[in-house]
Design a protein around this ligand. Structure first.
Ligand SMILES: [Zn+2]
Length: 157
């Protein structure tokens, strides 16, 4: 585990292997989720006429089952307040996804007493971890893997 600086975080994300590469023609629509690539970024827009089709980076990750972020919730608190905690997780998902089409939850799984959440973007794991930490205190830590460009977040209370 090592602390993660914000500027480093942003810089690393620029090298994301699932980042939209090169120049997509505009408009381009994701054939899975219908997000639209417009003005250099993916947005939720009405489908434009004559758009090209591709897979957006989030759907690409879902298709490959290759998360960009992992968030593990540990400790007795989340076990005793499971519904409340999961509701918060989905609330943050809705909020983030509304403004950032590439930020999605891929899965929410119970693993023993813990909850493991996988996400399409490391920012999503970070945002949910921060929200859980803000709401319920406890301990939060980040682990960034350079080689794989994956962020693992752990929260415990
Ligand atoms: Zn998509």
């Amino acid at each position: 585990m090592r602390p993660l600086r914000h500027d480093r975080f942003i810089k690393e994300f620029e090298h994301d292997t699932y980042k939209t590469k090169g120049k997509l023609s505009e408009p381009t629509v994701c054939r899975e989720c219908s997000a639209v690539f417009h003005k250099g970024r993916w947005q939720w827009l009405a489908r434009p006429a004559g758009a090209d089709e591709t897979l957006c980076p989030a759907c690409h990750r879902i298709h490959d089952k290759y998360p960009g972020g992992y968030l593990t919730l540990r400790g007795p608190f989340q076990k005793e307040h499971r519904d409340e905690v999961i509701n918060l997780v989905h609330h943050i998902e809705e909020r983030e996804k509304a403004g950032h089409p590439l930020r999605r939850i891929m899965s929410v799984d119970q693993q023993g007493d813990n909850i493991l959440i996988t996400t399409t973007a490391m920012e999503m794991a970070r945002e949910i971890g921060d929200a859980v930490h803000h709401a319920y205190k406890g301990e939060l830590c980040y682990q960034y893997t350079d080689e794989a460009n994956i962020l693992r977040v752990e929260w415990k209370r």
